[in-house]
Design a protein around this ligand. Structure first.
Ligand code: FES
Length: 350
């Protein structure tokens, strides 16, 4: 049986073909692996570093991770079915092994911080409040096991840094040993799990520049068009004269066309069918598509997996949507241009 080794620490003998993501999730080393796309190989949130084994990356991995990440050993765990010995590093798990630290010690430090540390002065990119620290103390185990939100790690890092700088370790009421040396080690371990620094790019000047340019051009264009053309008004309406044909505005003319082509079925008149039932069914069908999509995409081998988000993963849904919207546009074009007096067919260019 192939062997899965997590960072040289834990070993599992598994059945050939076992999915690596499922294995990791079963053994609860998954806090860093949210697997957002449900194992479709599209989100990269299940990435692990493969140190040995793992076979060749598949097309999804090549597309999602790119050659550079693959060269560094990153792989999508959901795409790996274990057939040979494999050694992997699950992000964050190494920290669990690295920190020999008791959760209660961290809770004691947090309780001390709430009381004694001026939280507003902490060097952190986020707001650290007493309430936040109290909440955080419920998640300490997860964080020490290598999971959890990196921003929580950042808050812990800020507090331990403050204590390290202030040399107040000995003042903290705790039954655990807390030396400057230990704090240094804890900080080193946390440091590796801080959230990646995001490069801040101020977008609004560029965005506003584009938005205002488009707004200006649009307003100027409409102004010029409005001045150069007469408004398409018809003769004043008279109660004694009904134009033939009487067409609805363009956005309703599709429904008018639907009324005209709908048959009478039993007690249901063409007006009821074309004006109420068909449009209502149409809207309900559009609304239902996200829910019935797993059944629409009947061709998939593994129906337990959610439907992917790429076009090629959802051809039936895409075709249905295009058909429905195309039908509406077609009805509008017919009603607007191809109907004449008595709603008879006309050829507009003749
Ligand atoms: S779960 Fe999304 S890529 Fe693996």
């Amino acid at each position: 049986m192939p062997k899965v080794v997590i960072l040289g620490q834990k070993e599992f003998d598994v059945r050939p073909g076992t999915n690596l993501l499922k294995l990791i999730q079963e053994h609860r080393y998954d806090d860093q692996l949210p697997a957002t796309c449900g194992g479709q190989g599209q989100c990269s949130t299940c990435a692990v570093r493969v140190l040995k084994g793992g076979g060749e990356p598949n097309q999804n991995e090549r597309e999602v991770l790119g050659e550079e990440q693959l060269a560094k050993g990153w792989r999508l765990s959901c795409q790996i079915n274990v057939t040979q010995d494999i050694e992997v590093e699950v992000p964050g798990y190494e920290v669990a092994e690295a920190i020999q630290i008791e959760p209660q010690l961290v809770r004691d430090v947090l309780a001390y911080a709430v009381e004694k540390i001026p939280l507003s002065q902490l060097p952190s990119s986020q707001k650290i409040t007493a309430q936040r620290l109290k909440d955080l103390s419920h998640r300490v185990e997860v964080l020490l096991e290598g999971g959890g939100d990196p921003h929580d790690v950042e808050a812990l890092y800020a507090i331990f840094s403050y204590i390290a700088k202030d040399h107040t370790a000995q003042k903290i009421p705790t039954k655990f040993e807390l030396t400057d040396e230990k704090i240094k080690k804890i900080l080193e371990a946390f440091e590796r799990r801080l959230p990646a620094e995001e490069e801040e790019i101020i977008t609004y000047p560029y965005f506003l520049y584009v938005a205002f340019t488009i707004l200006f051009l649009l307003t100027a264009g409409l102004g010029i068009y409005a001045v150069s053309r007469d408004a398409p008004l018809e003769e004043p309406a008279t109660p004694s004269f009904t134009p033939n044909p009487e067409k609805a505005p363009w956005y309703f003319v599709g429904i008018q066309e639907l009324l005209a082509i709908s048959p009478n079925i039993g007690p249901l008149t063409s007006v009821a069918i074309g004006g109420v039932i068909a449009p209502a069914l149409f809207i309900l069908l559009l609304m239902a598509i996200p829910y019935i999509e797993p059944y629409l995409e009947f061709w998939r081998k593994d129906k337990t997996k959610p439907v992917g988000r790429r076009l090629r993963d959802r051809p039936v849904t895409t075709a249905l949507f295009v058909f429905l919207v195309g039908a509406v546009i077609t009805l509008i074009i017919i009603g607007q241009y191809f109907r004449g007096p008595q709603w008879e067919w006309v050829i507009p260019w003749q």
